[in-house]
Write a protein that binds this ligand. Structure first.
Ligand code: PAZ
Length: 335
């Protein structure tokens, strides 16, 4: 096992090696998404540029992985994740000067653009439409912002989005299926590894625990004529330890743990620290996840809540992650 940050890893090298071999077999049997090679070129150039210019790099995963039931997928199993946490986290990291690679589920909440979703959905629907003005001569649409409408925050979000993307601080790559996620996670790990301690991995995606292994998956659409469908799902190969110890062994790792049973949440988060030597685990419950989170480290648990009705919980969360990452960088042996 590679040397890590100096604290003794609590998982055996043999155990991680065994997980790495199982994962390797799965990845070898998995069809790569068409954009994997292009994404590798983009991520690798992005990391090299920002690392050479002395910036910290964040790799943020976000959204849920779909598990396909057929190779030519017609049906799939999905989960609850909206991608909002990942999108908010990316915005606050950019504000703090990080160069960010965002690996997110296609169609889930995107940084800054999530404001548009808020503005155009549910209660804001008609109010937002009232703010759009069409120029009859050119057909161009402009937003006329009144201070008390959702459009005001949208205009602000558009400005921020354009400023960060123009400055090349955000690189967005996407996945839909679990298999695409796993291959792209490995690619991001390998590409960010040269940044060593300056890279932080923030693994907020809700990754499926169960799937149909590639060698057991039907090629074509499952037919209904043979009666009810019984699914026998296998456990997804574990990737956290392999990412941590093999793909990017010198970087800083924050993983997330979601539970619906309050009584097991913190012990499950502690297990991630014990088993995978995560530097921090963000523990949250499904229904209260945007109000209250726990930051779990080897030193204990810190509860973080929203500081006001308007401020989202990801602001103090990102503050705490950045402080812990800064400490990690200053403690890291100098190259
Ligand atoms: O994506 P979202 O904003 O709806 O929710 C965020 C979250 C609950 C997916 C994230 O905070 C999290 O806990 N991710 C890990 C989930 C897991 O235990 O696999």
């Amino acid at each position: 096992m590679a040397e890590t940050d100096g604290s003794a890893p609590r998982v055996s090298a043999a155990e991680v090696q065994a997980q790495a071999e199982i994962l390797q077999k799965y990845l070898d049997a998995t069809e790569a998404p068409a954009d994997l090679d292009d994404d590798r070129v983009r991520v690798s150039a992005f990391v090299a540029k920002h690392h050479n210019e002395g910036r910290k790099i964040a790799v943020v995963t976000s959204g849920g992985t779909a598990v396909n039931l057929e190779k030519r997928a017609v049906r799939f199993i999905d989960n609850f994740s909206t991608g909002r946490r990942g999108a908010a986290t990316v915005e606050h990291l950019l504000e703090r000067g990080y160069a960010v690679v965002m690996l997110s589920r296609q169609g889930s909440a995107a940084p800054f653009a999530r404001t548009l979703q808020d503005a155009t959905s549910t209660a804001f629907d008609s109010k937002f439409m009232d703010c759009l003005v069409v120029d009859e001569a050119t057909g161009a649409v402009r937003i006329e912002c009144k201070a008390d409408t959702a459009a005001a925050s949208l205009v602000q979000a558009i400005r921020e989005h354009q400023s960060f993307t123009k400055n090349g601080m955000l690189l967005h790559i996407s996945f839909k299926y679990l298999s695409d996620y796993m291959l792209k996670l490995r690619m991001c790990g390998e590409c960010a590894a040269p940044a060593g301690p300056s890279a932080i991995f923030i693994l907020a995606a809700a990754v499926s625990d169960f799937h149909i292994p590639p060698d057991q998956m039907a090629e074509h659409k499952i037919q209904s004529r043979s009666g009810p469908l019984s699914l026998d799902l296998s456990q997804v190969p574990k990737a956290l330890g392999v990412l941590r110890f093999h793909w990017a062994p010198h970087s800083f790792f924050v993983s997330f743990k979601l539970e619906t049973d309050h009584d097991i949440l913190i012990s499950k988060a502690q297990q991630s620290i014990e088993k995978y030597d995560m530097h921090m685990v963000v523990a949250n419950e499904l229904l209260s996840r945007y109000k209250r989170i726990s930051l779990v480290t080897r030193a204990g648990e810190t509860i973080v809540t929203k500081r006001s009705e308007e401020e989202e919980v990801e602001i103090p969360m990102v503050e705490a992650l950045c402080a812990a990452h800064a400490q990690f960088c200053s403690d890291a042996p100098k190259a």
